[in-house]
Design a binder for this molecule. Structure first.
Ligand code: HEM
Length: 241
């Protein structure tokens, strides 16, 4: 089982990093032929950085458009961020002091994270307009995240797993020194689902995470009169004439 999971995680990490790297490369090279910032928009680079920071850390545009979804999204994403930071203890030795300090917050952040996910999933069934536009992949991603959370919570609160050996296994993977994974069904489920998430991430709607940084309506400066916006291919045509 340990060898199987080791191979699975190496493969998942390869697909995740190459896939995500390619997507980011592709986004960065997608032409932006027009100036289309959503106004009122910043007129300086500093302003754009601030706008993006508000979008990434506070979900500003969602806050302005739908407070309910914002609340559920915030519970899920902020909860997830703390849960993932708490997980860094499995990959660092010695554990960094600020990660140690975060542990209690990470433990309880799993609850708002799950409530947020449950609410976002319920919305896809209960709001008719959203039900109509929901695809199987929308449901699948939510189900996958909920299953990861439930298996993690079960290990934390119902049937403990040996986290020392789990950590030894992952530190071993990082040093190419295979260590045994504890014999725990819940851990196998948790890790199997996490590897699945890593494998489908580069092909899924979860790409909105890197994608938000490349959204022209948010990352452009509102200066069409001060600086002419011209796509590189159009510039090439001009110099040829
Ligand atoms: C290789 C990566 C991962 C490993 C090794 C891992 C391992 C674990 C372990 C051992 C626990 C039990 C903690 C305890 O008993 O104190 C746990 C809990 C949990 N995991 Fe993971 N996990 C991983 C990735 C993830 C991911 C990507 C998510 C979310 C998308 C996640 C969500 C959770 C949650 C919500 C809990 C319960 C709350 C907590 O104790 O932190 N895990 N995980």
């Amino acid at each position: 089982m340990s060898t199987l999971f080791a191979l699975l995680f190496y493969f998942a990490l390869l697909v995740f990093s190459l896939g995500l790297g390619y997507r980011i490369y592709d986004y960065a090279n997608t032409p932006q032929p027009l100036k289309i910032p959503t106004t009122p928009a910043p007129i300086t680079i500093g302003g754009v950085v601030l706008r993006m920071a508000r979008e990434v850390f506070l979900f500003e545009s969602l806050f302005k458009s739908n407070l309910w979804i914002w609340g559920l999204g915030a519970m899920f994403h902020f909860g997830l961020a703390l849960v993932l930071l708490r997980h860094l203890r499995y990959f660092t030795e010695p554990v960094w002091s600020w990660i140690a300090l975060l542990q209690p917050f990470g433990t309880y952040a799993a609850f708002p994270m799950m409530i947020g996910l449950a609410g976002l999933w319920a919305r896809r069934f209960l709001v008719e307009r959203i039900r109509y536009i929901s695809t199987p992949s929308d449901h699948l991603m939510l189900a996958l995240l909920i299953a990861i959370g439930l298996s993690g919570l079960s290990m934390k609160w119902i049937a403990h797993t040996d986290i020392i050996s789990t950590k030894a296994f992952f530190l071993g993977l990082m040093r190419f020194d295979l260590q045994p994974l504890p014999n725990s069904g819940l851990l196998y489920i948790h890790l199997g689902l996490v590897a699945t998430l890593m494998l489908i991430f580069p092909f899924s709607k979860l790409l909105h995470a890197p994608g938000v940084f490349f959204s022209p309506s948010r990352n452009q400066i509102d200066n069409p009169r001060e600086a002419r916006h011209i796509a590189p291919w159009a510039k090439k045509l001009e110099s040829e004439n």
